[in-house]
Write a protein that binds this ligand. Structure first.
Ligand code: HEC
Ligand code: HEC
Ligand code: HEC
Ligand code: HEC
Ligand code: HEC
Length: 268
């Protein structure tokens, strides 16, 4: 008598179990990718205890982001400044800017009591997500890519979805956002602001061979031996103004930028 069930069916329960796990996993990943609050979260703008304006401080006064948000090389998260930072300018007594303004009352009080101002958090990754600011800033990703034009905001709001799909979109195509490190906190930066000769010279100065730079511009066949030839090739390929594709492609290649896409990089 033959076996009523074919042999492989012995494995059926196990296969089914594995399939179910995979499907459940796939669904939750799909849900995370497509349905996390991509649309609802953009614009989230809580009211802050002190009407602090980035538009005044980072925009008009031109204070660098790092004056108040210091990310040490090893620091994995950003931080909101202490009252002392505000007090540098708004301290009481002679020369204190607007020291008696009612809008600054809480700052003055915080300084007397030594308690910090209860700023409301705007951006918060879930606990199961690992995120590190310096890993991005030190690799040429500007605040503006993730937070928008903060220097034009009276009140900080979510400018970007901050969803998993959003992280991954950039990890797959980082060249769309890479810029020279000097411009990481210059939110208004445009690639067209760069002088093409200075940009390529900076690469040559770092001992990147001209041939490799040329290949990144025009593909394997493209050749150039010196700055002049590179500039001609770049203008032919990208036009008169420096473009984001141009800058991003070079930096990605020569800085060996490889943002992770594996699950454990962000979920450890
Ligand atoms: C004079 C100090 C100061 C400067 C300069 C400054 N910030 Fe801030 N920043 C603050 C304070 C205070 C808060 C908390 C209150 C708030 O959200 O407005 C904050 C909050 C933020 C937040 C939201 C934090 C959260 O809870 O998610 C972001 C993002 C941010 N700043 C980005 C920037 C960027 C980008 C720059 C440079 C263009 C910058 N800041 C310059 C003081 C400063
Ligand atoms: C580098 C100096 C400097 C620092 C540091 C600074 N401010 Fe200011 N702040 C100013 C100037 C200048 C103005 C504009 C004053 C005016 O409009 O005449 C201002 C305006 C303000 C106002 C509006 C005051 C009003 O009456 O309209 C608030 C509120 C304020 N700052 C809060 C803060 C807080 C909170 C911090 C710390 C996170 C801070 N500032 C850090 C220089 C500074
Ligand atoms: C690659 C995207 C990215 C870049 C670039 C980036 N941020 Fe953030 N930022 C985030 C995310 C995501 C969070 C939430 C992190 C968390 O909850 O751990 C955050 C949180 C913050 C916070 C609140 C953190 C806290 O401790 O309360 C501040 C302030 C901030 N960012 C400022 C900045 C400034 C200033 C820059 C540029 C110098 C910058 N960020 C660049 C993605 C980014
Ligand atoms: C605008 C582009 C951009 C966005 C948005 C972005 N990243 Fe990245 N990420 C990068 C780049 C570029 C690197 C650096 C890769 C390298 O060093 O080769 C990086 C590196 C990382 C790393 C590896 C470095 C480390 O600290 O271990 C992690 C983890 C990471 N990102 C997590 C995140 C998370 C989580 C988010 C979303 C909340 C996010 N990233 C959003 C561009 C981005
Ligand atoms: C570049 C960083 C990054 C990578 C790589 C990444 N994730 Fe995520 N993941 C996130 C962030 C950020 C969130 C939180 C999204 C939110 O809050 O909207 C998240 C959320 C999730 C959630 C939660 C869904 C929910 O709604 O609760 C699951 C499940 C998940 N990720 C699975 C995975 C799997 C599986 C992989 C590998 C295929 C992966 N992730 C790779 C950044 C990442």
């Amino acid at each position: 008598m033959g076996n009523f069930f074919p042999r492989w069916s012995n494995w059926l329960p196990l296969k089914l179990a594995i399939a179910v796990v995979f499907i459940a996993f796939g669904v939750s990943v799909g849900v995370a990718y497509y349905f996390t609050p991509k649309y609802t979260r953009v614009g989230y703008e809580p009211t802050q205890p002190v009407p602090f304006s980035h538009k005044i401080h980072a925009g008009q006064l031109g204070l660098d982001c790092r004056y108040c948000h210091s990310f040490g090389e090893a620091s994995s998260h950003s931080n909101v400044p202490t009252n002392q930072t505000c007090f540098n300018c708004h301290g009481q007594g002679k020369g204190g800017i607007r020291a008696t303004s009612p809008k600054l009352e809480l700052v003055q009080k915080a300084n007397e009591t030594g308690k910090s101002i209860p700023w409301v958090k705007v951006h918060k990754a879930p606990d199961y997500v690992y995120f590190n600011h310096s890993a991005h800033l030190n690799r040429g990703i500007s605040c503006v890519a993730c937070h928008g034009r903060i220097d034009e905001m009276e009140v900080v709001r979510h400018d970007q979805p901050q969803s998993m799909g959003w992280c991954l979109d950039c990890h797959r195509n980082p060249e769309k956002n890479l810029r020279p490190l000097d411009y990481v906190t210059k939110l208004a930066f445009k690639p067209a602001d760069l002088k093409r000769d200075e940009f390529y010279k900076s690469l040559l100065d770092k001992k990147v061979p001209a041939g490799e730079i040329a290949a990144a511009i025009g593909g394997e066949g493209a050749k150039a031996d010196d700055l002049g030839a590179l500039l001609a090739l770049a203008e032919k390929t990208y036009g008169k103004e420096v473009t984001q594709t141009e800058v991003g492609t070079q930096l990605k290649k020569h800085w060996q930028i490889q943002p992770p896409e594996n699950c454990t990089a962000c979920h450890r």
